[in-house]
Design a protein. Sequence first.
Length: 508
Amino acid sequence: MSRLYVFDTTLRDGEQSLGITLNVVEKLEIAHQLVKMGIDVIEAGFPASSPGDLESVRRIAREVKGAVICGLTRAVEQDIDICAEALRDAEQPRIHTGIAVSPMHMERKLGMTPDQVIEAAVAAVKHSKRYVSDVEFYAEDSFRSDRRFLVQVLEKVIDAGATVINIPDTVGYATPWEYGDLISYVINNVRNVDRAVVSIHCHNDLGMATANSLAGIKAGARQLEGTINGIGERAGNTSLEEVIMAIYTQKGLYNVDLGIKTREIAATSRMVSRITGVPVPQHKAIVGSNAFMHASGIHQDGVLKEKSTYEIIDPEVVGVPRNSIVLSARSGRHALKHRLEELGYQVEPDRMDKVYSSFLQLADQKREVFDDDLHALMGYAAANGSTIKLINVSVATNGSKTATATLTLEIGGETVTDAACGNGPVDAVFKAIDRLVGSEVQLVDYSLKSISQGSEALGDATVKVRAGDKGLIIGRGISTDVIEASAKAYVNACSKIRNGSLPGIAGA
Ligand code: KIV
Ligand code: ZN
């Protein structure tokens, strides 16, 4: 058995491509969870792309131990210098440099000849080696390249010191047999391939990223790249959790060992969804809320007789505990603590009072508190380091479209109240918050969904706002009152802007 290394690029290919700007604190939270999940390599960002990305990579390199920390660069000296500086404090730094190798990219995008591309590739690897010993080279758009040229580039970069060679299907064009065949071709034809790890990096434009990655592994690749929940540009990247669990369920097929703690998968997926504001579809493999539900009578009957009739994965293996008790306002703190632990939350004794009192507030509004409610409660508690707090919100409507909202907020310890009119209650609430906070933000997206079942379900509001040129900022809020949930979400986003914890403004 050989080791398959797992390389997570949620914070680079995932985050950057969504146009979302996560702040340093949010990126650190995800990076620590990735280490807990056993990820081998964390691509923390593209430091030359913005001061914010530089700061995030720097902080992750300094504070996150137990994984290789990697930064992306173009095959440009200045990018590499910035990346090396950002990675200076990393325990195990890696520079991920590269250039496009397909005829279309070389000609149309780079305006370079194949010889110039080879020269730039070799120079980039050599320059990176001046700073770190671990250098990964990506041959962008490998899948659409001329194979003989690809082999030539790879041989030269390995000779220059590349330790990992990444063969991306940048545009998600491949089918599994073709991608597997490309990886076999590289392994069989690159003269010095034994001196480097072959890495696979697939995009999901045709819905085949998971299948293509598995084909690449079967062909002998020993590093898998992807993101949590498959987030990323266009149709996204390979969903790491899908490939990991495909290998877990059919180990004999792949002959590789993984260092992944599968029980952390569900928690990691929830965290990435909460922080990026990208929802996980209910039916998503492995991490969707319906992934382990059996609805039809025949299936339920089968599962009750023998689980394996319709269940190929024990949900507990990915961190989804089976549900035996339903919590309500009558549940004590012991029952709450027990369930939270089953769901993967460790609450320190000094925080338990606060968590229990939030739970009771929620249980007073809802008859039954489901696991999804608890996840929302705990996720909100983690995210809610707001310096602005919602104290009260009331809205008056008179049957016409216009509504008036009166808001009381606590801002930096001071209690302030103001009112505003708007086109409907949510608009009025947001305008009143703008007046109180004095922020100039542009609302880009607002969504509201219910968590768990029933008319008394919790409303989960997400806002995406833009402040200046700082990218999108996500705010989340939950409440059984949807107006209150919306107000909390908007306050949460304004608080992040005000904290100055945005990349490019100041370190958090
Ligand atoms: O998809 C791709 O080719 C990439 C490279 C920059 C690694 O993300
Ligand atoms: Zn990519």
